[in-house]
Design a protein around this ligand. Structure first.
Ligand code: ADP
Length: 404
C-alpha cells in the first residue's frame, strides 16, 4: 500500500510517498513560494538511500493545485517516476494542526470533518486553512484515494482538565474553548512509542518526558503511553524558549507594552512569534550559529544557550513531579537529535532525578534511536529521531483498517 503524506502550509507544502509494505520512502519533496512570482520544487527519489537523486525546478506555482499537479507528474514521470499510475497512490495522509475538542483522533476527511477543520481555523489561523486546502486539492486530484487527517492535537486529547484549563473565567472555556491543546503530538507519540520499543517496555505502561526541540520546541509528560501534560498551549507560543518564539512570559508584559509602548496586536504578534526566543536574546535562531558565536566569546549567545537549557530543565523537574515514575527522558527533532551540548547541559547534575548522560555515548552521532545514559542509570536518556511523515502514514493505514 502506497500512502502520500502531505504537510501543507499557506505558501508551501512538503510531501512523501511511502510504500507501507516496507515503510520505505519512494519519493519526497518540497514545493515553496506558492502564489509568488518565483516558486520552486525540490523532488527526491529514493531519499536517504544510496540511489538518492534530487531534481530541482524553479517555476511559478499560482496555487496549491498547480504545485500538487507538478508533483503528480513527477511521481509517474517515465524517467524519475516511482509509480506507473496515480492509481498506485492508495491513500493520502494529511497533517492537520488543530483538531480542537471536536476531532480527538485521526479520521477520514469527509464533509463533516472538513467543516470542523474550517471552524477550528479561529484557533489556528496560520495552519488549519492551509491544511484544509491540501485536503481539498488532494481529493480533487486523487478522487480514488481516501484522505485521512492526522492531528497535531490528538495525542494531547488525553490531558486531564487540571492540565488543560487556564485559570481564567470559566466562561472563556465554555464559550470560546480557550484551553491548552498542545502541539507536535504526532512526534511526541512516535518517539514515546519508539523509546518504549527500544527499551523493550510495553508502550502502554511507559512513562517518559519527551523533548521535541526543533525550530519550535515542546515538552510532554507521557504517563502509561498517554500525554498528561505538555508545554505548548492554546497556540504554539507557550512553553520553552524557541528559535524566534518567546515561550512563557508574564502575560502582564503584553499589557505593559500595549499601554506604555502603544503597540498594537499585529506588532505584538510579530514581536512574540518572530523577534523573540533565541533570536531576541542574541540575534541568532539556529543553534549551530549560536554555538559558533559562543566559541567566539559572544556573551549574548552564551546567555541565549543558558536560558534555553535552563527553561527545559524547569519543565523536566516539573514533569518528574507530575509523573512520579520516569522510565525515559527522550530528545528529538533538529536540536534534540543533533546537539550533544544542549543535551549535556540540560541533563547536567540531575542525579537527584536519576538522570545522567554518558559523555562518550552523547557525543556519538547516529541517525538511529539510541541510549546516551550510562548502562546502570535508573532513567534511560534516549535520542530518538522523529519521523512525523512515517507516523502520519502509519496512522492513515490504521484508520483505513479500522474504517474510522
Ligand atoms: P522544524 O521545527 O522546523 O521541523 P527541525 O526539527 O528540523 O525544525 O529543527 C531545526 C533546528 O535544529 C535548527 O534551527 C537548528 O537550530 C537545529 N539543528 C539542526 N541541526 C543541528 C545540529 N547539527 N546541531 C545543532 N542544532 C541543529
Amino acid at each position: 500500500m502506497n500512502v502520500l503524506v502531505i504537510n501543507c502550509g499557506s505558501s508551501s507544502f512538503k510531501y512523501q510517498l511511502i510504500d507501507m509494505s516496507r515503510e520505505a520512502v519512494l519519493s519526497s519533496g518540497l514545493v515553496e513560494r506558492i502564489g509568488e512570482a518565483h516558486g520552486s520544487l525540490s523532488h527526491k527519489v529514493a531519499p536517504g538511500t544510496d540511489k538518492e537523486s534530487v531534481f530541482r525546478r524553479e517555476q511559478p506555482f499560482p496555487d496549491h493545485t498547480a504545485g500538487l499537479n507538478a508533483v503528480m507528474e513527477l511521481l509517474v514521470d517515465p524517467e524519475r517516476g516511482v509509480i506507473s499510475s496515480l492509481k498506485d497512490i492508495n491513500a493520502v495522509g494529511h497533517r492537520v494542526v488543530m483538531g480542537g475538542e471536536d476531532i480527538r483522533a485521526s479520521c477520514l476527511m469527509g464533509e463533516k470533518e472538513k467543516a470542523a477543520v474550517s471552524r477550528l481555523s479561529a484557533l489556528a489561523p496560520l495552519h488549519n486553512p492551509a491544511n484544509l486546502q491540501g485536503i481539498e486539492v488532494a481529493q480533487s486530484l486523487l478522487p480514488h484515494a481516501p484522505s485521512v487527517g492526522v492531528f497535531d492535537t490528538e495525542f494531547h486529547a488525553s490531558l486531564p482538565p487540571k492540565a488543560f484549563m487556564y485559570a481564567l473565567p470559566y466562561s472563556l472555556y465554555e464559550e470560546q474553548r480557550i484551553r491548552r491543546y498542545g502541539f507536535h503530538g504526532t512526534s511526541h507519540r512516535f518517539v514515546a512509542r519508539s523509546g518504549a520499543r527500544l527499551l523493550d517496555k510495553d508502550p502502554d505502561f511507559f512513562n517518559a518526558i519527551t523533548c521535541h526541540l526543533g525550530n519550535g520546541c515542546s515538552i510532554t509528560a507521557v504517563e502509561n503511553g498517554a500525554s498528561v501534560e505538555t508545554s505548548m498551549g492554546l497556540t504554539p507560543l507557550e512553553g520553552v524558549i524557541m528559535g524566534t518564539r518567546c515561550g512563557n512570559i508574564d502575560p502582564a508584559i503584553l499589557l505593559f507594552l500595549g499601554r506604555n509602548g502603544n503597540l498594537d496586536f499585529p506588532v505584538l504578534d510579530s514581536l512574540l512569534n518572530k523577534e523573540s526566543g533565541l533570536k531576541g536574546i542574541c540575534g541568532l535562531n539556529d543553534m549551530r550559529d549560536i554555538h559558533a558565536a559562543r566559541a567566539r566569546g559572544e556573551a549574548r549567545a552564551q546567555l541565549a544557550f543558558d536560558m534555553f537549557c535552563h527553561g527545559i530543565r524547569k519543565y523536566i523537574g516539573a514533569y518528574c513531579a507530575i509523573l512520579g515514575r520516569l522510565d525515559a527522558l527522550i530528545f528529538t527533532a533538529g536540536i534534540g537529535e543533533n546537539d550533544d551540548q544542549v543535551r549535556a547541559a540540560v541533563c547536567a547534575d540531575l542525579g537527584i532525578l536519576g538522570i545522567a548522560v554518558d559523555p562518550a555515548r552523547n557525543a556519538m552521532r547516529s541517525g538511529r534511536p539510541r541510549a546516551i545514559s550510562p548502562e546502570t542509570s535508573p532513567v534511560a536518556v534516549l535520542v530518538v529521531p522523529t519521523n512525523e511523515e512515517l507516523a502520519i502514514a502509519q496512522e492513515t493505514v490504521a484508520v483505513l483498517a479500522a474504517g474510522r
